[in-house]
Design a protein. Structure first.
Length: 174
C-alpha cells in the first residue's frame, strides 16, 4: 500500500514526532480501508487492456518526467519478516538487510525489515540528490538512541511480594 504521509519533521521532540507520525499513518490507513478491495479488480474488467496499458505508460512517463516528477523524494517501507531463524545450507541467517530501488526523481529509499526481534535497515540513495548518505546512517543511530533513552523505565517501585517485570528488549541494527 502506497501512502503519502507526513513525517512531522517540524516537531523537535523525537517521541512526540514519532507519535504524531504514527497517528497520521493510522488516519491514512483508515481512509484507505474505506475503499472497497474489489475497486481495482472491478476497474480492470471495464477498461480494455490496450487502453489500460497506454494509460499506465503515460502515467508513469508523466510521473517520472522533469515537470511531472512525484511530489515526494523519500520512500520508507516497513516489511515484517520472520521471527524464527532461517538457514541456508546449514548456515544461520543473522541479519536481513533489505535493498530496494531508486526511481527517477526519488532521492532516498529506506526499508526496514524485522527479523528475530531486531530491525534491519537498508538505505539506498541517489548520489546526485544525496551525496552524504553516510551521514544519514549516523543521524538514524542518534535518533534511535534518543527514542530508547526517552523510553527508559523509571526506577522500579517495589510492591511487597512482587518482583518488578522486566521489559522485553528489541534490538536495532543499522
Amino acid at each position: 500500500m502506497l501512502m503519502a504521509a507526513p513525517l512531522h519533521t517540524e516537531v523537535a521532540d523525537p517521541v512526540t514526532r514519532l507519535l504524531r507520525t504514527h497517528e497520521s499513518l493510522g488516519d491514512m490507513k483508515q481512509r484507505h480501508r474505506a475503499l472497497p478491495a474489489s475497486l481495482l479488480a472491478d476497474a480492470n474488467h471495464f477498461i480494455p487492456p490496450a487502453v489500460f496499458s497506454r494509460a499506465a505508460r503515460l502515467t508513469f512517463g508523466i510521473a517520472t518526467s522533469r515537470p511531472g516528477r512525484p511530489v515526494w523524494n523519500l520512500v520508507i517501507s516497513n516489511v515484517p519478516g520472520p521471527q524464527f531463524p532461517l538457514y541456508c545450507a546449514g548456515a544461520k541467517l543473522v541479519a536481513n538487510y533489505p535493498v530496494s530501488v531508486i526511481t527517477d526523481g526519488m532521492g532516498l529509499n529506506i526499508t526496514v525489515m524485522s527479523y528475530m526481534g531486531n530491525l534491519d535497515v537498508g538505505i539506498v540513495a541517489d548520489r546526485e540528490q544525496m551525496p552524504d548518505v553516510a551521514r544519514l546512517m549516523g543521524w538514524l543511530g542518534e535518533e534511535l538512541a534518543l527514542l530508547v533513552a526517552a523510553q527508559a523505565p523509571a526506577a522500579p517501585t517495589a510492591t511487597p511480594g512482587k518482583a518488578p517485570r522486566a521489559k522485553p528488549k528489541a534490538g536495532v541494527r543499522a
